[in-house]
Design a protein around this ligand. Sequence first.
Ligand code: C2E
Ligand code: CA
Ligand code: CA
Length: 755
Amino acid sequence: MDSERQHSLLAHQKNILSKIALGESLNEIFDDICLAIEEIIDDKAAKCSILSLDGKQLFHCAAPSIDPEYSAIINGVHIGEAVGSCGTAAHRNSRVIVENIETSPLWQNFKEVALKFNLKSCWSTPITSSQSEVLGSFAIYHDHPKRPSKKDLELIDYFVNFSSIALEKLQHLNKVENLINDLEISNKKLNAFTKVMPDPALILSEEGVYLDVYGSSEDLLAYSTKQLINKNVNDILPKKYASAIMKTLKKTLASNEVQVFEYELEVQKGLVIFEGRTTPIIYEQPGEKPKKHILWVSRDITLRKKAEKEIEKLAYYDPLTNLPNRRLLTERLTRCVERIKRSQKTGALLFLDVDNFKRINDSLGHSAGDELLIEMTKRLSSVVRASDTLARIGGDEFVILLEYIGENNEHATDEAAVVAQKLQRVFYEKFQIGALAFQVSGSIGICLIENINSSVENILKFADTAMYRAKVKGGNGYSFYDSRLQTLLEKQTELETDIIRAIDSNEFCAYFQPQVDVKGKITGCEALIRWNHPIKGLIAPNEFIPIAEQFGLIQKLQNIVLQDICRLMNQLTHLDIIDSEFNLSINISQNQFNSSTLKTELLNIINNFKVTPSRIKLEITESMLAHDPLHTLQQMEELKALGFSFSIDDFGTGYSCLSHLHAYPVKELKVDKSFIDNILNNTSGLSIVETIINLAKNLDITVVAEGVETQQQFDILKEMEIDAIQGYLIAKPMPFKQYLEWQKQYLIQSSATNK
Ligand code: C2E
Ligand code: CA
Ligand code: CA
């Protein structure tokens, strides 16, 4: 290279490099490169073109001496084999020298255009990056076929080198620009997001130092962001939280898992319940390498917690008294039973029911009832320990669950009794409701909870059963559950339902047993109820009368008997086989006798059948006389005034009120069968009967002997001048028709013997 060219080359080099360094536009730099090579290369006809590559296509960059129309036509050409010199060179990543475009197979598809612009030869060299990737191509055209000299090629390489520096720099700049753009976009997104993010998000270091704070407001932070940054959790949070949070941070990093926890914190907004979530993240601090830190997001769940509490309250507490309801009790009882099964200890469940609550509620109204329950809750709560559960599970039903009451059954029984007594003491003082003061009492049933017994449902049921027994015993007391009691009660309930069914299916009727005097004359008969059970057969009254009494069914049964009596009476009258002294006896039970409706019930039926009360003898027992003497006397007087007469049944068995007998309007005494049974066996039986007969004679009361079975008994009684006898010796109790038949036959026979 001559010195002039050398000089010019250096001048161009300096110019181009400075433009590259200054970041001038690529077109300007490439224009300069083209002009420089055109000037320096040997042949003045040389034209230079630079194309940059976009993966698959070549785009025009600079060709200051070539017709722009040509450049426009080839702009965007897809690289490939036989795509002129440049397309092929870029495709092959190696220099392609075409001396004669017209004859070259590589130009077959493009030669027409080239020739049109008088371009005859084209040497193309790929511009490559430092990593040898193709960035574009560099071409020298001539208007005549030409082959390059060695020098030409050196020069081309020299300028291609510049081109690659320029292109590579541009690429790098583009990359940086893109990165900055991306970063700006994601920053904007992050800002937009954190500005509306309600949950504060904190970045903490492993040591618990606040590194960054994000979030829409500082309300939910204990201090401002500024005050937090670079401070340690231990300096900011109350001690109990700080240590818990530090543990959680450590755990988050150690487990590499999200930790969720709840905490309550006094923040700028006030006391807030948070749900915290800590996640390990790789986070970079300015001037530091990326490091594992912790992202701690805090969500304000105060409202949610409040709502949850409300819901729980509704589901588990009684709204009137705020006491646990049946559901909560059942849950606690379930847990208690499980614990007891493991621990072998004993607990107890006390079921308290207010006596006569219904009456208070009905007579004073519900709000008064509510007031009473609230006051009762207050009193009961003061007696029950905090570890026990006092629940309200129904209108006036309270339950006290004592989780541990003793080591064993005996100990627990004593303790439970003490608690029951304490509970009863809350009733000592009257309950003030409005202007009125009430004496209220409660019945308590106790079921011990032992490791062997207990299913939750049974414990409640058993305590209820025991409570019921306390009620039956008169209320205002407590009673322990006893499994025998349960069986009995179950049987009784079954029987009760069966009686109700049987009344509807007309399974009850009266049997009749005659009474005769010592001369053999029929003086009357006693009606005795029978149950004609479709499966069990004939059932005697002792098996069902007590239940019928207990469940309030006795009146219905009595009415059946009474109707049968009236029918019999009318039949006997119709047959004209009785005189005016003939009496029909009917048994009256205690409850019935006390009932205020007894008179109307009796009258309604007998009036219906047109039977007069003077035909009816009411059998009551001795103990009924003793029960409530004044009321009894009054009741008897009233019934007597209507025409009914009275007989004292089972006489001698009750704690006798022989001395008071004269005070009552009694027409007859029935000496109990037990005395008649003993009349032949020992002297005491005999003398008792004798005494009764003498006493009765003095009071002008007739005496009937019950259960006379033998002729010897009859003979002795006759000697003692008994008035009448009743028993199997004469006849067994008989159903309606049979009895009628019997009485007719008896009359025929006795009139025959009398004749
Ligand atoms: P009660 O009033 O003392 O009736 C007499 C019972 O002795 C009857 O038993 C009768 O069948 C039985 N009896 C009569 N003579 C003899 C005898 O010679 N030997 C033996 N071994 N027994 C005899 P029943 O009918 O089983 O009645 C039992 C109890 O049921 C009655 O005792 C009475 O207290 C009650 N009862 C019966 N019917 C009624 C009723 O309609 N209403 C009420 N409230 N109670 C009734
Ligand atoms: Ca009787
Ligand atoms: Ca009797």
